[in-house]
Design a protein around this ligand. Structure first.
Ligand SMILES: CC(C)(COP(=O)(O)OP(=O)(O)OC[C@H]1O[C@@H](n2cnc3c(N)ncnc32)[C@H](O)[C@@H]1OP(=O)(O)O)[C@@H](O)C(=O)NCCC(=O)NCCS
Length: 185
């Protein structure tokens, strides 16, 4: 297998792979609110290509603003492997590659919504999101984060926000004033 950057030519294959890997309606998930109108980071968008070029797996990262101080961070995902090729190490290889690239590029915080059984071995934990909230419903135990720089989430609290839009989120002063906060306190 070859891991390489996603190119514009891969877009249709990646969308088809995501459609095959996830249940219909994936775009309605809360994580997609953070991606709405925001392109994935090209330097952190990878595919796993088979000999001949077919796309076997995809991993993208999106820029996000974390907490009320809008600390720069990354949203990891979607991660998807062709259903016919799952369990062969494609996903783990993409995770290792993507996280190493993110770290090398100087990113400090990675957030995701996903299965803790899969992501814990990569250092993702619910403990790091206890002071954070997503802008919509998520199962709290699937709301995970990893620090690429130790301590990067120290003192960071509040909503994970779409990077390009300040206006739709309430200011910090309104925390606790009846606003919906979807993660556990
Ligand atoms: C989840 C997914 C990305 C894993 O990729 P993969 O290439 O199939 O997995 P890998 O071969 O790298 O890793 C296999 C290991 O992960 C484990 N694993 C796979 N899915 C898992 C899950 N949901 N929870 C916990 N462990 C999981 C397997 O049991 C296996 O463990 P082992 O190495 O101890 O035998 C892939 O199955 C997939 O695309 N699923 C559908 C889309 C999806 O759910 N994406 C993740 C969104 S959170």
């Amino acid at each position: 297998m070859t891991i390489r950057y996603e190119t514009p030519h891969d877009a249709a294959a990646v969308e088809a792979l995501l459609d095959r890997s996830f249940a219909p309606g994936r775009e309605r998930k809360t994580a997609y609110r953070l991606r709405d109108g925001v392109p994935a980071i090209p330097q952190l968008s990878f595919v796993n290509a088979l000999p001949g070029g077919a796309v076997a797996a995809t991993l993208r990262f999106w820029p996000i603003a974390v907490g009320w101080d809008r600390v720069p961070g990354l949203l990891l995902g979607p991660l998807a492997v062709d259903p016919a090729l799952q369990g062969l190490g494609f996903g783990k290889a993409l995770m290792r590659h993507g996280l190493a690239a993110a770290e090398a590029d100087g990113h400090r915080i990675v957030v995701l919504v996903g299965d803790p059984g899969y992501y814990a071995p990569f250092g993702f934990t619910r403990d790091l999101t206890r002071n954070l909230a997503m802008p919509g419903p998520v199962e709290p135990h699937r709301f995970l984060a990893r620090e690429l720089v130790p301590g990067a989430l120290d003192g960071v609290h509040g909503m994970v926000q779409r990077v390009s839009d300040d206006a739709i989120y309430a200011p910090p002063a309104l925390i606790g004033a009846g606003l919906p906060v979807f993660a556990e306190p």
